[in-house]
Ligand binder design. Sequence first.
Ligand code: HEM
Ligand SMILES: [Cu+2]
Length: 592
Amino acid sequence: MVDVPLGHVGPAHTADVEDVELYHPHSWVTKYVFSQDAKVIAIQYSLTALTVGLIALVLSWLMRLQLGFPGVFTFIDANAYYQFITMHGMMMVVYVLTALFLGGFGNYLIPLMVGARDMVFPYVNMLSFWVYLLAVLILVASFFAPGGPTGAGWTLYPPQAILSGTPGGQDWGIILMLVSLMVFIIGFTMGGLNYVVTVLQARARGMTLMRMPLTVWGIFTASFMALLAFPALFVGAVMMLFDRALGTSFFMPAIVEMGQALDRSGGSPLLFQHLFWFFGHPEVYIVALPAFGIVSDLISTHARRNIFGYRMMVWALLAIGALSFIVWAHHMYVSGMNPYFGFFFATTTLIIAIPTAIKVYNWILTLWRGNIHLNVPMLFALAFIVTFLNGGLTGLFLGNVVVDVPLSDTMFVVAHFHMVMGVAPILVIFGAIYHWYPKVTGRMLNDTLGKLHFWVTFLGAYAIFFPMHYLGLMGIPRRYYEMGEMTFVPPSTHTLNAFITIAALVVGAAQLVFVFNLFWSLRHGRASGGNPWRATTLEWQTPETPPPHGNWGKDLPVVYRWAYDYSVPGAAEDYIPQNQPGAHPATGMSHG
Ligand code: HEM
Ligand SMILES: [Cu+2]
């Protein structure tokens, strides 16, 4: 890697912006409420998303109570069940995971890790959070609207989504859902532009692209993808809103409802499926790529080993990001599309396995002969690798048309996607919170509670979702609130369903331990110092912890090396921070 010469002449580098040019807050309100500091915005995003996550978790309990003990909880009727799955699914995917990885971790980590003072457009960044909060409020309002939230399923397929038989279809539910999604996307766009432009324009001196930590690469690629993918959902939502509110027929074919022909014709329900999945599949990787990046950094730091194949890891991220835009119709094998079309999408889907497998091999080679510290962040990172591999393998099954057709819309699919995009990214989010909490608060999270949280969550998640594959293979359909006495369903599945429900309640309770730990450690946690994990990346080298507005005090950091100088032979310490000058003979400046 070419070194960036210091003191080179030319136009002023963005990273040289003086501290005084930042707009510093003057009151409590501009400091903590309408804050333009990316770190405060990150915390606002994270707390909001975690709250939505708790609501979605409670909804999953209610659904599981119904599935495990049908008929016992009479307030959950079929309508309520559909409303719960819809809200649970949409909240988890969009309002929790996307918001946490990009709005939360993106805001906190990008400026610190690239050595910037803040995001490049702090005001727009602030707006991004408030618009996101508005979207959340609109979504939650649908619980209190006449008819309740929509029960169309998180995929919102028309014509079902806007017909009167669907909960919320002819009431406010679907309208609030669509408006909320549109508002969310507007808010995200304001944030996303910041994440992308900050990485491209505001890196510290010496922070070449190929010296960026993989966390930044993951979040950057995902933000870029989200800017391309969300517009498809946006137009889908606008068109469906027109169909619902103005009587247009973008997605409505000629259709008979309750014996009555509706005044609609000519629309294409399949068009919505294409728009939805053109967003929906990349969305999986919008969540996964930040997780990949974070896990790379966690295992490198906690195994005291340089990441294996850094360049390959970067290219794999980019390749996955690009490929994920040409696989969307693997969600539509049963939609009646031409089987040859399905063959194309099966092929592209299987090709994604190549860069993904490269990443898994490189993680394993990073761990190989590493000095593995089994602390809480590392446990979560290792659990992620196992879980992602697991969910990825069933993905290889489902990617094939002939296997997917019989398994489609069964619990096998629910098990698969919960493993790969429910459990796996959530494990990373936990690992990342245990890892960066000391930087945010100056204190460590309690270790005993952390280990308890980890083991119950990890083993519990397998207790919930492993047997669910079997239920799917037995033919239990997804989105059924009650199976009754179907002859093809063996009685053993009822016992299994009760078991899964109990596991889900236990796992849920373990999350309350985590929430308790977050608040308890704020006061009582062990003081962490600035760099408790002895990590190399810039966020751990700030002059103060937690870092103040502007991050770096008077002087911006200058970067001399990549992010992975751990256990360098002959070095005085087992890590060399990115901003430490002087080439060690063994590392040279050639890394990266
Ligand atoms: C303890 C954790 C969780 C439990 C017990 C749980 C349980 C469930 C259940 C019972 C269903 C409905 C299955 C059906 O009848 O079709 C469901 C659907 C769903 N869940 Fe989860 N879930 C959990 C976490 C998550 C997470 C973290 C995500 C994030 C990706 C997620 C995303 C979804 C989605 C997208 C659906 C599909 C909704 C639909 O079919 O419209 N879940 N979940
Ligand atoms: Cu997909």
